[in-house]
Design a protein around this ligand. Structure first.
Ligand SMILES: *Cc1c(COP(=O)(O)O)cnc(C)c1O
Length: 224
């Protein structure tokens, strides 16, 4: 009951155009089903094996997003069903996703992940790296991936100004890439930013997709 209540509470505050990804990593199927029965259909996981297992066991109309750091050799396990990969940070990875998507006769939507936080432990491209990748034309030539936007994680801090500044950086990167490479593409439109502790700020800064876990499902026993 708690899960359904949390979920509805969050959904109440979502403006039109912002999608909620319920981050269910480490949580059992029963918890996911409770959210499902309350109407949630979009879930995010950050471990490929856990994602594939949950896909097998849970209702097939769930839309699964991969939000973790992805290794090329794991792409094949989710290529048949994943609907959005949030954390793409290299051309090599995009090429692998393209190959595996083609094998499954699919197009897989991907977000480019940017490093916007102060912490060096977080993954992601710089704006320059992304431009280099896109200038080469190799990304646009991949027929089975669709670049759907950008994703980033802010610094883990209580300093709201810092968080806001980082989300603003991501929004600016989105706009720059949109203008330069995707001006005519309707599919480049997502800004995935905001987690349990900072999603209200992210929405104020233009997020189109928030990834919320503990605020829905409760604290996790271990951190990924
Ligand atoms: C775990 C995780 C989340 C959700 O975190 P909460 O703080 O529990 O909301 C969002 N995004 C990514 C990339 C994550 O790994």
């Amino acid at each position: 009951m708690e899960i359904a209540k949390n979920l509805l509470e969050i959904k109440k505050g979502l403006p039109a155009g912002v999608q909620l990804v319920a981050v269910s990593k480490t949580k059992p199927n029963a918890a996911i089903l409770e959210a499902y029965e309350a109407g949630q259909r979009v879930f995010g996981e950050n471990k490929v094996q856990e994602l594939a297992q949950k896909y097998e066991e849970l209702p097939k109309d769930i839309e699964w997003h991969f939000i973790g750091h992805l290794q090329s050799n794991k792409v094949k396990y989710m290529a048949p069903f994943v609907s959005l990969i949030h954390g793409v940070d290299s051309l090599k990875l995009l090429k692998t996703i393209n190959k595996e998507a083609a094998k499954n006769k699919r197009t897989i939507r991907c977000l480019l992940q940017f490093h916007i936080a102060e912490e060096s432990t977080k993954f992601g491209l710089s704006e320059e790296e992304a431009m280099e990748m896109l200038d080469s034309g190799e990304v646009q030539a991949l027929e089975n991936v669709e670049i759907a936007g950008v994703m980033g994680m802010a610094t883990y801090t209580d300093d709201e100004n810092q968080i806001r500044k980082e989300f603003r950086v991501l929004h600016n990167i989105f706009s720059a890439l949109k203008n330069r490479y995707f001006a005519t593409s309707g599919s480049f439109r997502e800004i995935s930013m905001g987690m349990s502790d900072d999603y209200p700020i992210a929405m104020e800064e233009g997020s189109t997709m928030i990834r919320v876990g503990s605020k829905i499902f409760g604290e996790r026993n271990y951190q990924h």
